[in-house]
Design a protein around this ligand. Structure first.
Ligand SMILES: [Fe+2]
Length: 367
């Protein structure tokens, strides 16, 4: 990849072809003191107030710098490396980490020992990369006192507060407002599909676990989606098209969100799954469409619940599971509350937390 000049045109050559860089694109990047604040990396000018017909009067390359004179009298030097960086995959850090499909055969679960300085460490960079590959990581030996989960969340990014509070306590209580707060088994589901936006990442921290049951389960919604697409295309198609209503009510709030069970991005690639069949409501469609929808929902449900895709493990005191709520489904097996205490604390963070931390650590360690 390199920058070339041709008749005052600046060209970007990626090795196989070359394209002209728009003069305005360069003009926006003028970064001398008058136009750019180095500390915040923000412009001191508003480029939407500039004439977009800007052109280059002269340009030259010397050493690692591109020097450009614009027709509005501005002259500046830009580091060529910085231009190339914007054309490279480095600028798409998260997208460049490809997701690994996994199922029940996933061997070593991604576990990391917690220590006070871990948030700023190379290990944190590595484990966040693993998080984006597999959709989850587990921290061991995380302090269990004083709602530490909130401090943990705020040390990676910022806790995402909801009407459940900054964090929520998962233990069986009388008259619960959610089945999570019982000792019943919980089938694989995603959390809070009724929120807008849906919380991105769930943290689940085991404070005590004295019961013999109550295993945690995880399923990779990405793997299931890809398999559904391959083997049951008709089902995949309808689940990516029909928007259903998810609803949560309690005495203080009514939350509703409309979404497909499988959400695709603008390139028709996997973006998110939502699955919580105790609180989803499909609209009235014609009978044939609904017939197909119900068959499709049953099929994806049987895949989510099958042993082929599920991993099962026991969270013990001090274990903290960090999972992607857009990609994974989670659940738990039944337990007998008379055997002892089972107490977990949960909290949410959003993707800007992990993405921001990953980019920061990449910058810090010059990866
Ligand atoms: Fe949940």
């Amino acid at each position: 990849m390199k920058i070339e000049l041709n008749d005052n045109k600046v060209l970007f050559n990626n090795g196989s072809s070359s394209q002209e860089i728009h003069p305005f694109w360069l003009r926006e990047r003028v970064s001398n003191e008058k136009y750019f604040d180095n500390n915040t990396q923000q412009r001191k000018f508003d480029p939407t107030f500039l004439n977009t017909d800007i052109s280059i009067k002269s340009a030259r390359i010397s050493n690692d710098l591109l020097e450009v004179n614009f027709n509005d009298g501005v002259n500046f030097k830009l580091e060529i490396n910085k231009i190339i960086q914007e054309f490279s995959k480095d600028d798409f850090l998260i997208q460049s980490i490809s997701k690994e499909k996994w199922d029940s055969t996933l061997g070593n679960i991604n576990k990391y020992n917690f220590y006070d300085e871990i948030y700023e460490s190379k290990e944190m960079y590595n484990l966040l990369t693993e998080f984006y590959k597999y959709g989850f990581v587990i921290f061991k030996n995380v302090p269990t006192n004083d709602n530490f989960i909130v401090k943990f969340a705020n040390s990676i990014g910022s806790v995402r507060r909801t009407n459940f509070g900054e964090h929520f306590n998962v233990k069986s209580v009388p008259n619960p407002n959610d089945l999570a707060y019982t000792s019943l088994p919980l089938a694989p589901h995603t959390d809070n599909p009724y929120r807008n936006p849906v919380p991105c990442i769930q943290l689940l921290h085991c404070i005590t676990n004295e019961v013999s049951g109550g295993f945690s389960t995880l399923v990779d919604g990405y793997t299931v989606t890809e398999d559904l697409k391959k083997d049951f295309k008709e089902y995949y198609d309808i689940l990516t098209k029909v928007k259903v209503k998810f609803k949560f009510i309690d005495k203080d709030v009514v939350l509703e969100g409309w979404s497909e069970l499988i959400k695709l991005d603008e390139n028709k690639k996997f973006k998110q799954v939502k699955f919580s069949p105790r609180l989803d409501f499909v609209p009235i469609l014609n009978k044939d469409q609904l017939d197909l929808y119900y068959k499709a929902r049953n099929k994806i449900s049987s895949m989510y619940n099958s042993d082929k895709y599920k991993i099962e493990f026991k969270l013990m005191s001090g274990d903290l599971l960090m999972m992607d709520n857009y990609r994974l489904l989670h659940g738990r097996t039944e337990f007998d509350a008379n055997e002892g205490n089972r107490f977990l604390q949960g909290a949410y963070i959003d993707f800007d937390s992990t993405e921001g931390k990953l980019r920061h650590l990449k910058r810090k360690f010059n990866f």
